[in-house]
Design a protein around this ligand. Structure first.
Ligand code: ATP
Ligand code: MG
Length: 565
C-alpha cells in the first residue's frame, strides 16, 4: 500500500504515527498490541481498542500483538483467555504467531526489579497495606516516607530473593520503587512493584509466589516486544510518568504511549467488574447473554462483525471522554442486516384466520422475494392454504382512526398472496377475546393486485397453519432503564437500574416452513417485525430465535433532530 492509499481513516493517533514515520522516530516501523487482562469476556469497548490497534497495523503495514496482561492470578482464568482469542478472531483479526503473555516475562521482570534494587531505586517495605495507604498522603498532602525506605541494597536483595523463595506470608512485605513521596502525582509516591501472593497462576502454576503489579509490567512488556505505539485509555495518562521512569531507570527501549477516550454507551455498563457481578449474581444468563454488551453476547444476539467494525469506524477516536448513543450501534446492525439478511414471514402473536371460500385441502405455492436489496438472493416458495395465522395486532374488532389493517368488513392484502375481506369473528366465551376470524378471498387478486384496480391500505404477513413451524422467540429490551446506569439513588448502585422487562419470551410463534433446519447463528428479517437470529439453545424439537433489533430506526430520527429538522 502506498501512503496515499492509507489516508482513508484519520484520527489524532494516526496523525501522530504519520509524523513519527516522517521523522523516522521508529525507523518507519509500526507495531501495536491489544493487551487484555484475562479476567472477563471482551465487550464492545474492547472492540474499539481492537479495531484501533489491529486497524492501525493494517493501515501502516505494521504488526499487532495479542498480549495477555496476566499479572493477577487471583482473577484470571483460562476460560477468559480462550474467549478473548475467539472474539478477536471473530472480529476478523489475526495476530499470527504473536500471542504473548506478561507471564512469559516474569523472569525478566524479576531481573528488572533486581536491577532497580541494585541501583538503590527500589526497596522492600514491611509496612502493612493499610499503613502504605495511610503513608501515601492525598492530592493536597504530601506522603510520608516508610521507615524501611533506607534499607541497604544488600538487605533489600536478600529480602526480595527470600520473598521469591516463599519464606514470607502474603501481605507481610512488598517491593516498592524509591521515587518521591512528595510528588504531586500519586503514582510516583513509591508505588508497589511486587506483592506476595501464594496463588497458582493459570500459566506458570506454582513457579511464583510474588507477582508484579500491572504498572510494573505493562510498560516493560511493551518495551520487550518492541511496541512502537502503546495505545491505552485516558486513565493511564497519569501513569505515563511512572512508566517512563521505569524505562529510563532500566535503560531499555522506549515505546510511545498514546491515550484515547474509552467508549461509553448509553444504557450500558462496560466495566468488567460490573459485568462480572451481573453474571455472578444471576441478573443475566451468562457472559454471552444476548442482553450483555460483550462480544459473545452481541454475537448471540445476532450482531455481525461487520456491524461492530462499522460502529467502531463511525465513533472514531477522541481525546475526550464522551458517551455514544446506543441507537448508533443498533443503526449499524440494522444497516448490515438490511443488506444481507433473508426476508421471511413469521408471526409472533398468532391469530387464526379461516378463508371460508378457499377450497379445503388446496395448497398453492406463492413466490416470495428473499431480499429486495439484493436480487441475487433470489426467491422462494411459501405455501398458502385455507387456514392461516396472522399477527393478532393486525386485527381490531373496533379499529381506531388511522388503523388501516384488518377489521370486520374490511379488505387487506396478504403479502405475496390475495386480497382477503373479514366476514366474521369467533370469541372466547369466557374472556371475550377474539380467537379466530373468518375471511373470504378474491381469487382474481393472486399475486397481490386487483384487476379492477381497487386498492387496499394494508399488507399483512401470514403463515399457513398447516405448514408453519412452531418456534420460541426471545424479545430483548435494554438491560438498564437509565441512560447512565451508574446514576443511582443514595445507597443503591447500578443494579437498581436494571430493567425488569429486558427479556420477554414468546413460546407460541410460527414461521414459514423454509426455516426448517435453520442453524444457530443464522439471521433473518421477519417481515414487518425486525431482525432475528437462531439461538444456540435451539434443539431439533424447537427453534429459538433472538430478536437482534427491531425495524424502527431511532438513530435516523436523532440525526435528523441534530441537523435541526
Ligand atoms: P475494565 O476497566 O472494565 O476492567 P480494562 O480496561 O481493565 O477494563 P483490559 O482487559 O485491561 O480491560 O482492556 C484491554 C484493552 O482494552 C486496554 O488497552 C483498554 O484500554 C481497552 N479498553 C477497555 N475498555 C475500553 C473501552 N470502554 N473503550 C476503549 N478501550 C477499552
Ligand atoms: Mg486494564
Amino acid at each position: 500500500m502506498t501512503p496515499e492509499e492509507t489516508t482513508e481513516r484519520t484520527d489524532f493517533i494516526r496523525d501522530i504515527i504519520r509524523e513519527d514515520n516522517q521523522s523516522g522516530k521508529f525507523s518507519g516501523r509500526v507495531h501495536t498490541r491489544f493487551p487484555p487482562e484475562p479476567n472477563g469476556y471482551l465487550h464492545i469497548g474492547h472492540a474499539k481498542s481492537i479495531t484501533l490497534n489491529f486497524g492501525i497495523a493494517e493501515d501502516f503495514s505494521g504488526k499487532c500483538n495479542l498480549r495477555f496482561d496476566d499479572t493477577n492470578p487471583t482473577k484470571e482464568e483460562v476460560e477468559y483467555v480462550d474467549s478473548i482469542k475467539a472474539d478477536v478472531r471473530w472480529l476478523g483479526y489475526d495476530w499470527e504467531e504473536r500471542e504473548f503473555y506478561a507471564s512469559d516475562y516474569f523472569e525478566l521482570l524479576y531481573q528488572y526489579a533486581l536491577k532497580l534494587i541494585r541501583k538503590g531505586k527500589a526497596y522492600v517495605d514491611d509496612l502493612t497495606a493499610d499503613q502504605i495507604r495511610e503513608y501515601r498522603g492525598t492530592l493536597t498532602q504530601a506522603g510520608k516516607e516508610s521507615p524501611y525506605r533506607e534499607r541497604p541494597v544488600e538487605e533489600n536483595l536478600d529480602l526480595f530473593e527470600r520473598m521469591r523463595a516463599g519464606e514470607f506470608p502474603e501481605g507481610s512485605r512488598v517491593l516498592r520503587a524509591k521515587i518521591d513521596m512528595a510528588s504531586g502525582n500519586l503514582n510516583m509516591r513509591d508505588p508497589v512493584l511486587y506483592r506476595i501472593l501464594h496463588e497458582s497462576h493459570h500459566r506458570t502454576g506454582d513457579a511464583w509466589c510474588i507477582y508484579p503489579m500491572y504498572d510494573f509490567a505493562h510498560g516493560q512488556c511493551d518495551s520487550i516486544e518492541g511496541i512502537t505505539h502503546s495505545i491505552c485509555t485516558l486513565e493511564f495518562q497519569d501513569h505515563r510518568p511512572l512508566y517512563d521512569w521505569f524505562l529510563d531507570e532500566l535503560e531499555i527501549y522506549h515505546s510511545q504511549q498514546i491515550e484515547f477516550a474509552r467508549l461509553n454507551l448509553t444504557y450500558t455498563v462496560l466495566s468488567k467488574r460490573k459485568l462480572l457481578r451481573l453474571v455472578q449474581e444471576g441478573h443475566v444468563a451468562g457472559w454471552n447473554d444476548p442482553r450483555m454488551p460483550t462480544l459473545s453476547g452481541l454475537r448471540r444476539r445476532g450482531y455481525t462483525q461487520r456491524a461492530i467494525r462499522d460502529f467502531c469506524d463511525r465513533i472514531g477516536v477522541a481525546k475526550n471522554d464522551s458517551i455514544v448513543d446506543i441507537a448508533l450501534l443498533e443503526y449499524c446492525i440494522r444497516q448490515d442486516l438490511n443488506q444481507h439478511a433473508q426476508r421471511v414471514m413469521g408471526v409472533l402473536r398468532p391469530l387464526k384466520v379461516v378463508i371460508d371460500n378457499y377450497p379445503e385441502g388446496q395448497v398453492e405455492e406463492m413466490q416470495a422475494i428473499n431480499n429486495p436489496e439484493d436480487p441475487a438472493m433470489g426467491t422462494r416458495q411459501v405455501p398458502f392454504s385455507r387456514v392461516l395465522y396472522i399477527e393478532s395486532d393486525d386485527f381490531r374488532e373496533e379499529p381506531p382512526p388511522k388503523y388501516f389493517r384488518l377489521a370486520p368488513g374490511r379488505e387487506v392484502r396478504l403479502r405475496y398472496a390475495y386480497f382477503v375481506r373479514c366476514t366474521g369473528l369467533v370469541k372466547d366465551e369466557k374472556t371475550g377475546e377474539v380467537v379466530e376470524i373468518h375471511c373470504t378471498y378474491d381469487p382474481a387478486t393472486r399475486g397481490g393486485d386487483a384487476p379492477d384496480g381497487r386498492k387496499v391500505k394494508a399488507t399483512l404477513h401470514w403463515v399457513s397453519a398447516q405448514h408453519a413451524i412452531p418456534i420460541e422467540v426471545r424479545l430483548y429490551d435494554r438491560l438498564f432503564q437509565r441512560e447512565n446506569p451508574d446514576e443511582a439513588e443514595e445507597g443503591a448502585d447500578f443494579l437498581s437500574n436494571l430493567n425488569p422487562n429486558s427479556l420477554e419470551t414468546l413460546a407460541n410463534c410460527y414461521v414459514e416452513p423454509s426455516l426448517a433446519g435453520a442453524r444457530p447463528g443464522s439471521r433473518y428479517q421477519f417481515e414487518r417485525q425486525g431482525y432475528f437470529c437462531v439461538d444456540p439453545d435451539s434443539s431439533n424439537g424447537k427453534l429459538v430465535f433472538n430478536r437482534t433489533v427491531g425495524l424502527k430506526d431511532s438513530w435516523a430520527k436523532i440525526e435528523k433532530a441534530a441537523q435541526g429538522e
